[in-house]
Write a protein that binds this ligand. Structure first.
Ligand SMILES: Cc1cc2nc3c(=O)[nH]c(=O)nc-3n(C[C@H](O)[C@H](O)[C@H](O)COP(=O)(O)O)c2cc1C
Length: 182
């Protein structure tokens, strides 16, 4: 049996009731056979990036984070927009990876849980491309959960499951991963 594709999902919101996390959970829970999505729980625990703490001084938790990134066949990123920018915690997590060798050419897809947030989307795209991740444009997923009640979010996500949207973006993402053979 083939090893499942492992997708590691980074959520830019630390909020318990995060809509971005909810979107990632929906992707995780509806992943097609042979695909495992794991949501990263380390972003809020990482120390502030400091180049003096790279190399042999790298904190253990950063090594743990980097090991997950290395193991992943692809990265999914979902984040809110804060003050027309990326959330600091997510940017901090990405900064730890910039000078390392885990991310170059790693496929990535963006999931977006808002009908707004174009500044953050633009910045995220620029940062990921600058870090040499291979952004898979055809797997971009936008489902607005912003401003909806818990039940309203469930309805929107149930519709996305029923229409096949969630599975189809993961299938497109995995096809791109398999094309480049990561
Ligand atoms: C400090 C702060 C700044 C925000 N700035 C923006 C913004 O510039 N543009 C925007 O569209 N939404 C902004 N928002 C709204 C968030 O993007 C929105 O609440 C989003 O749903 C949060 O994501 P989450 O549900 O995953 O936590 C801001 C929210 C906070 C808390």
């Amino acid at each position: 049996m083939e090893k499942p594709l492992f997708l590691y999902a980074l959520c830019g919101s630390q909020r318990k009731a995060s809509t971005n996390r909810r979107l990632l959970e929906a992707l995780r829970d509806n992943a097609p056979a042979g695909v495992v999505v794991e949501i990263c729980e380390l972003i809020g625990e990482l120390p502030i990036f400091n180049p003096d703490r790279e190399g042999e001084n790298t904190p253990a938790i950063v090594e743990e984070f980097a090991a997950k990134i290395r193991a992943a066949n692809g990265i999914i990123v979902a984040c809110p927009e804060y003050a027309h920018g990326l959330p600091g915690g997510l940017k901090n997590a990405l900064d730890w990876l910039v000078s390392r060798d885990e991310v170059p050419f790693k496929p990535a897809m963006i999931a977006h849980a808002s009908h707004r947030g174009d500044f953050a989307l633009e910045q995220l795209t620029e940062v990921l491309k600058t870090m040499s991740l291979r952004l898979v444009d055809e797997a971009f997923l936008k489902i607005s959960l912003l401003g909806k009640t818990d039940g309203g979010q469930s309805d929107v996500l149930a519709e996305a499951v029923k229409s096949g949207l969630l599975v189809s973006v993961l299938v497109k993402f995995c096809a791109a991963i398999n094309r480049v053979g990561v």
